[in-house]
Design a binder for this molecule. Structure first.
Ligand code: P1T
Length: 377
């Protein structure tokens, strides 16, 4: 099932049919490592659960459907999904990366993969001339987040895809927006990646990663790597993500509504120096956000007067829980400099130390604003 259905329908049905054996409407959790064969190599499509598992397959087909792709792959974490993409390349290959990304992505690239000879250039992807200038004959991949974690700047996916040479892949980490707000493959990206730990799962109860793509040859290479390297998720976690995705479009509507209200409230608050949210007219790429996204998302970052003020604020909220991660139904608050992005603290892409990041949940917005108000007072 793919294109004739709209996203609100696909999130519930893509990749999932009632179980042929029992009629169970929910995809069973196939909690098995192996599958009986009638003679060597003769089986019902599954031989070992690192290679394939029916619950995982349903999730893989689901992400392909909701990201407007043809193929999906599931992993044990978002970083495992990113790592799989990077294993397409060889020593000496060059990768352009946005200069604002999740701290763990930076750590994986510079502290793990650079040792294997991959070369990374960190570029402000809001500046198309800078992207052009960073291209070399060895460039094989442009890796981007949009909106970025944690500064919420946007990359113009269509413009970047149109301006690069044919042999360079574009991979978009769509974790912050989710396919409910943008489908990168429709803007010319080759690979879309998710930490399904976040909005896709939606309930802060499972760690996972996903990839989706259109091209069959690229899928085959990545599928080979998924099995050869082996960082796959278990069936229970796949089930939880499938269940979470069913309410994705509904949840995103409320995340977006609450976040815009809160962003406006913070922008008017005297204790806040600057609010970063693509839905605000003050955001430098608000016009691109209107063009590229169907909503502005549930993530807000803001800069306080000092690091001390930021640390104090994040320790004082009661409803917003102080925790890493994002994208769940409950609201979270954190201090990126010392928490999610601590691995970049001494790097050229360090985040401001007075920055606070919110993952705005789907509680009543008045309760959320009252909590922020008391924490800022
Ligand atoms: O945590 P994991 O499922 O491995 O996903 C890594 C990841 C990748 N990409 C983005 C944009 C992310 O935000 C993350 C994980 N981020 C957090 C844990 C966080 O609090 O920002």
């Amino acid at each position: 099932m793919s294109q004739p259905y709209r996203l609100e329908t696909l999130v519930i049905h893509a990749g999932q049919e009632p179980d042929p054996a029992t009629g169970a409407i929910m995809t069973p959790i196939y909690q098995t490592s192996t599958y009986v064969q009638s003679s060597p190599g003769v089986h019902k499509g599954y031989d070992y659960s690192r290679s394939d598992n029916p619950t995982r397959k349903a999730l893989e087909d689901c992400i392909a459907g909701i990201e407007a792709g043809n193929y999906g792959l599931a992993f044990g974490s978002g970083l495992a999904a990113i790592d799989c993409v990077l294993r397409l390349f060889k020593p000496g290959d060059h990768i352009i990366v946005g200069n604002d990304v999740y701290g763990g992505t930076y750590r994986l690239f510079e502290r793990v993969l650079a040792k294997f000879g991959l070369k990374f250039t960190w570029v402000d992807l809001t500046d198309l001339a800078a992207v052009q200038a960073a291209l070399t004959p060895e460039t094989r991949l442009i890796w981007l987040e949009t909106p970025t974690n944690p500064l919420l700047s946007l990359a113009d996916m269509r413009a970047i895809a149109e301006n690069k040479a044919g042999n360079i892949l574009i991979a978009v980490d769509n974790t912050f927006a989710s396919p409910a707000l943008q489908q990168p493959l429709t803007f010319g990206a080759d690979i879309v990646m998710h930490s399904s730990t976040k909005y896709l799962g939606g309930h802060s109860d499972a760690v996972g990663g996903l990839l989706a793509m259109k091209d069959e040859a690229l899928f085959k290479e990545l599928k080979f790597l998924q099995n050869a390297v082996g960082a796959v998720p278990g069936p229970m976690d796949c089930f939880l993500v499938l269940r979470g995705i069913k309410t994705l479009t509904l949840r995103m509507e409320r995340h977006c509504y609450n976040a815009l209200e809160i962003a406006r409230f913070l922008e008017d608050h005297g204790a806040v120096r600057k609010v970063l949210y693509p839905g605000l007219e003050s955001h430098p790429q608000h016009e691109l956000a209107q063009r590229q996204m169907k909503g502005y998302g549930g993530m807000i970052s803001f800069i306080m007067e000092s690091p001390q003020a930021a640390q104090r604020m994040v320790s004082r909220t009661k409803l917003f829980a102080l925790a890493e991660s994002l994208g769940g139904v409950e609201s979270l608050i954190e201090h990126p400099y010392s928490m999610t992005h601590a691995s970049t603290a001494t790097s050229p892409i360090a985040v401001p130390d007075a920055l606070v990041r919110l993952s705005v949940g789907i509680e009543h917005v008045d309760d959320l604003m009252a909590d922020l108000q008391q924490a800022l007072s």
